[in-house]
Design a protein around this ligand. Structure first.
Ligand code: ATP
Ligand code: MG
Ligand code: MG
Ligand code: MG
Length: 541
């Protein structure tokens, strides 16, 4: 493509409200433009990359026998009433009313739709297992849309759903999907870890997340380089108000604590001294769908010395309390606690196993550098961006929505389901977080909007123009995608734009055009890395 005719509105300045590298560079490189908070247009360059990610996803989904379909983004509210999620999904679900007064949900996810679809079309074991997927725009009215495409309110998701007669069949599909996701992210060039995650509010069983490693990430993961161990530590233990009220041992002694700030929200903290150790307790209220609502429960900036009764008074009867520590808290998994801070100790009350505070002493605490749980290697902590998740749903939706099938013995059973998501637009941003320098993006080959950036230093010069035209057509014939900067701009502007856009290879046609010599270099090596090359030998470089 000739750059003079392309819509690539690059920006010299860093946009004021773009906090993350990916957000800044995607805006500055002319890949995306914001239309409203968390809502973006993909401009030609950005959309090219999106399509490459989608192609990789389609190839990997097709390879494991998942069939592509497309369901509407606008979903009848009745389905969400049937599943019960119209009420519990909360304000994240965008809703609208048509001219007849009927309500719709803008699809935040597709379980309701797909379950209603199979209940009408699939009713015998003979058709099982069945696997379908779509790439469709999703809507979530995120409380804090931010970091550009990383947390949008309208975003592109690949969502897949599988249906089974048996748990074994679900297990088989789950691991096939898991491997397909690994392939997708590897082919995208992403540095990532597949981690065990919390199945909590979705009510499912096994689940893994695919976490792209990046400092900007909102999740914390623990992993080991020498073993397969990896876990998301987002899950904090939850106890009910009743458990707190009935607990004999809390608190024996206490200190007041300072309010910690997380994001722009206040978190109220207080320290309790228990029989076994000093623990730091953070109070949070959680809502039904596990979207943590942080409340300053005491309504003050600083926590006053706190009686258990006033703590209970501060809570709404429906509130649950998360108890955990901060400043290095990395959370807990399977009864093991992970932390980076030297001087903190953590407590846990597990509602399922009904642990009590007096049993804290039994818990294990793990720090960075400690051996990992499976006996191989040492624990490391990292920040991650959740780019995908695979999930064994079980019969949650098929039971509530009546998606049944006849098994081999003619018995009616609910379909066993799995659901699997990839954030397509989020993946694009995650790539940018990992592939950039201070001057701009540096695309991995598999996703680059163009393979080669052909830059004509002075297009008014006939020899440069003629040689560029020839190179443009020869390189295109060889199968390369070439972006040709034929614009009548100052060389400084062209090189700055080229670095922002970040095609893997730059070919510069300048003063030595009359001798058929051009400069060639990899974007990541920058200008100093460019070498003079005779045009005849270019294809070997
Ligand atoms: P998060 O924990 O970041 O809010 P999620 O767990 O709510 O994500 P899922 O319901 O698992 O998201 O959706 C599947 C995938 O969709 C996620 O793994 C993520 O890659 C992507 N995704 C979710 N929310 C957003 C968003 N607001 N903007 C962009 N991508 C998103
Ligand atoms: Mg979410
Ligand atoms: Mg999540
Ligand atoms: Mg998720």
């Amino acid at each position: 493509m000739r750059q003079s005719q392309m819509l690539i509105p690059t920006l010299k300045e860093v946009p004021a409200d773009a906090e993350s590298a990916s957000h800044q560079l995607l805006l500055r490189g002319g890949f995306i433009r914001q239309n409203a908070a968390g809502i973006y247009s993909y401009l030609p360059l950005g959309y090219k990359v999106i399509k490459k990610i989608e192609t990789i996803i389609r190839e990997e989904m097709d390879r494991i026998g998942s069939q592509e379909l497309l369901m509407p983004a606008m979903q009848p509210a009745e389905l969400w009433h049937e599943s019960g999620r119209w009420d519990v999904y909360g304000p994240e679900l965008m809703r609208l009313k048509d001219r007849h007064g009927r309500f719709f949900a803008m699809g935040a996810t597709g379980e309701e739709l797909v379950t209603s679809l199979v209940r009408d079309t699939l009713n015998t074991y003979k058709k099982l297992p069945m696997s379908v997927y779509q790439i469709q725009t999703k809507y979530r009215d995120e409380k804090r849309p931010r970091f550009g495409l990383l947390r949008g309110r309208e975003f592109i998701m690949k969502d897949a759903y599988t249906f089974h007669a048996t748990e074994e069949s679900l297990d088989d599909a789950y691991w096939k999907m898991f491997n397909a996701y690994k392939n997708v992210f590897e082919r995208c060039g992403l540095k990532f870890r597949a981690v065990l995650a919390d199945s909590g509010a979705m009510g499912g069983k096994d689940t893994h997340e695919f976490q792209a490693l990046a400092e900007i990430g909102e999740d914390t993961i623990a992993y080991s380089d020498q073993s397969d161990f990896a876990a998301n530590l987002e899950m904090a233990p939850v106890i009910s108000r009743e458990t707190l009220a009935s607990s004999e041992t809390l608190p024996l002694e206490k200190k007041s604590g300072k309010v910690a700030e997380s994001d722009d929200r206040l978190i109220t903290a207080c320290w309790f001294k228990t029989r076994t150790d000093t623990v730091l307790v953070f109070l949070k209220a959680v809502d039904e769908v596990n979207d943590v609502k942080v409340k300053n429960l005491l309504g003050t900036d600083l926590v006053e010395p706190l009686e258990r009764e006033s703590l209970l008074d501060a809570l709404h009867p429906d509130d649950k309390i998360l108890i955990f520590a901060d400043q290095g808290l990395k959370g807990q998994k399977d009864g093991v606690f992970y932390n980076t801070a030297e001087d903190l100790t953590y407590i846990n009350i597990d509602p399922e196993r009904d642990l009590h505070i007096s049993q804290f002493a039994d818990l294990r605490f793990v720090k960075e550098g400690d051996p990992s749980p499976d006996g191989n290697g040492t624990i490391k902590f990292a920040k991650g961006i959740e780019v995908g998740q695979v999930f064994k749903l079980g019969t949650k939706y098929s039971e509530t929505m009546g998606a049944l099938f006849l098994d081999e013995e003619g018995k009616t059973k609910p379909l066993i389901m799995g659901c699997y998501g990839i954030g397509v637009s989020r993946t694009l941003s995650a790539i940018c977080e990992q592939y950039h320098d201070e001057k701009g993006l540096i695309w991995p080959k598999s996703l680059a909007p163009f393979d080669i950036h052909l830059i004509t230093v002075n297009p008014k010069n006939d020899e440069q123009l003629t040689l560029s035209e020839k190179l443009y057509s020869d390189l295109s014939d060889l199968g390369f995608e070439v972006l040709w900067d034929d614009r009548r701009e100052r060389p400084g502007v062209k090189f700055a734009d080229s670095e922002l856009i970040g095609c893997p290879v730059q070919v510069v046609v300048g003063k030595k055009a009359p001798e058929s010599i051009v400069e060639v270099g990899a974007r990541k090596e920058q200008a100093e890395g460019r070498k003079e090359v005779a045009v005849e030998t270019l294809s070997q470089v």
